[in-house]
Every structure is written in C-alpha cells, then in structure tokens.
Design a protein around this ligand. Sequence first.
Ligand code: PLP
Length: 373
Amino acid sequence: MKVPFLDLNKQYQSISKEIDEAIQRVILNSSFIQGREVDEFESAFAQKQNSSHCIGVGNGTDALIIALKAIGIVAGDEVIVPANSFIATSEAVTAGGGKVVFADVEPDTYSINPQEIKKKINSKTKAIIPVHLYGIPAEMDKIVQLAKECNLFIIEDCAQAHLAEYKSSTEGWRKVGNFGQISTFSFYPGKNLGAYGDAGAILTNNEELAIRVRMLANHGRIAKYDHLFEGFNSRLDGLQAAILNVKIKYLEEWTEDRRRNVAHYLKLLEGIEGIEVPRIHSNSKPVWHLFVVKAHKREKLIEFLSKHEIQTGIHYPKALPNLKAYQYLNHNSAEFPISNYNQDKVLSLPLFPEMMMEQIEFVVDKIKEFYKH
Ligand SMILES: *Cc1c(COP(=O)(O)O)cnc(C)c1O
C-alpha cells in the first residue's frame, strides 16, 4: 500500500469545482491585488481565530518580519526564539533588525521551554516568539507571565497551528494567536490551511498595531501615494485569497480529520518499544500540522518504511543553533540538550485529513515489524 506523506491533490479533487470557479471569478474581475476576496478572507479568518483584526500578507515569514517591525524592534534588541523550529522564525528576527537568541524546547510538546526563556532574558530583550510547533500549543500561561514580569512583547508564530486551542488559567479556552500582542500565520500550500502559492496573515486584538501592520505591509501608506514611512510590498493576492475563501469553510472539518487520524495513530502505537509519542497536556488542543514521534534507529526505520512505499519526513534534521547560518553565534551543542536530542530522533509520519484508516494501520504494522527484528 502506498502511503504518501501528504496528498494535496486528493484534497483538490474534493473541492475542485469551487476552486476553479473562484479562480475564474478573480480573473474575470481583475482583482489581483487586494479587493473583495482579500477583505472577505481577512474577516473570515479573524472570525475563525476569534481575533479582532486580520491583515493578509505575502507569506508567513513576511508576517513575522512585519510583526517585529510593528512592535518597534530596533538594532540591538534581542528576541528569544525556540532552538527547534523552521528557520523562518529566527531568520525574521535578523531581517527585522533584531538579534536572535535561542532557548531550548520541552521534551514532551516540542515547544519552547519557559524555564529556558527565563535564563535568556536580559535588559536588551524586547520580545519572545513562541512557536506552536507541529500544531501543539506552547506553554502560554508561563510565557505570558514571564512577558508581563519583564515587560516583553509576545509574537506567536502560528504558522503550523490554525485553530489550535489553549486553556489559559485566567481566561479559559482560547484560540492560539490571542495570547500575545500579535500573531503570525502561514498559508504555504502544505500548512493546515494552505493556498496555491505563498500567502500569510497577521492577527492582533490591538487596533493601533493593526493599522501599523496594514501600512507596513503596503509601502507605509494609507492612501495611494501618502506614504508615512517606508514599509514593504507584502500583500495577500486576490487569487490566493479566493482559494483560501473556499478552503476556510472546510478547515474545522479537516482539523477534526487530523485529530481523528492522530488519535488512531496514538492508540495503535501504544507500547511499541523504540517509539516515543508526543505527550499532550490537558490544557491544550493541538491541530496536528505534523505528527512527529521520536524514533530510535531512525535512519534504518526510514529506509525500511520507504521500502514499503511509506513516505516520512524530518522536521527538522538540524536544530537551528546547529545550522551553518548560526555558526556566528558560537553555540556549543551542550547548550540545547533537548533540541539536539530531537534533531537525531524526530520522525514525521504521514498525516493529512484525507488519510484512510487502513493507511495508518499499515504504517503502524510496518513500524512494529521493524522493531521486532
Ligand atoms: C511555514 C513556517 C513559517 C513561514 O511561513 P512561509 O509562509 O513559508 O513564509 C514560519 N514559521 C513556521 C514555524 C513555519 O512552519
């Protein structure tokens, strides 16, 4: 049985008529940049995330850079990011004019460890960027507490966590993206809500920040040639917005399908020696962008699964401080023990909403077979 890592084509087939019509509509109206589709999507996404303001931008990396500019990052400001994430999180800090400071992650949830954040805070620290990695919410209660105590901004990187929920001890269940001052999303095609090209968004409940973000993303202007400062050209385009307007209607359903698939995996994987599964706290409802386990003898397992036509991934093969891009920070590997352990063990198993139960059972059967030998 063939098990692809992800099957975007299968999803397209299920909504092709609506998608094709949406694309046609944008072309006929020539509403390529901004326009009605973008407005519609911004309000639909804000509503789904229970946030007051949504600003569509070019992609999730731009969203982070613009968010950093919006909170006023200047040269010398330090921004704390997890040692285990996609490089966009840290890259944006540098591009936004700040200095990258890594903090190690938690073993169970893979997200940034509040204790480790605390160790990295000093007088130059301006912001924290927690990432809800793989769709699992970070420990926001403790991070919010720290940020309050030290007067820091929080930018939540929600690129992998559309609709994920976290139960705050003071405010109850809330969607991620509402715990800091500002949050960022990616609609890269493979993300839980994916466009057919690059796209992203910024959410905030602060009106002043919303206005600033909207100007930053559009050449620092409000009216056509009235530029109040220099910004960027990073706008959500009409075609991507129209596609997202179709897909957002299915996001809850697809999220439930992901949850059902992961529940099935977790049940079947129980007690397999050689595999560690993520442990989810009761105050968190993940949306499972990826289903990441820690596998012993990982490379051999990947080879075995691939021989049986099961595709897997590694997110990410190198912890950020170990990348050549960050050699200049002169970290040694003992500084991030969990991230270093993870880079050698993490394995992303196939996961997408349209996956069949038999495919999951086949994957787990093969994993069992591998560890038996
Ligand atoms: C995908 C991703 C981004 C960047 O999004 P793009 O739209 O690809 O620029 C940022 N952070 C994380 C954690 C991501 O997974």
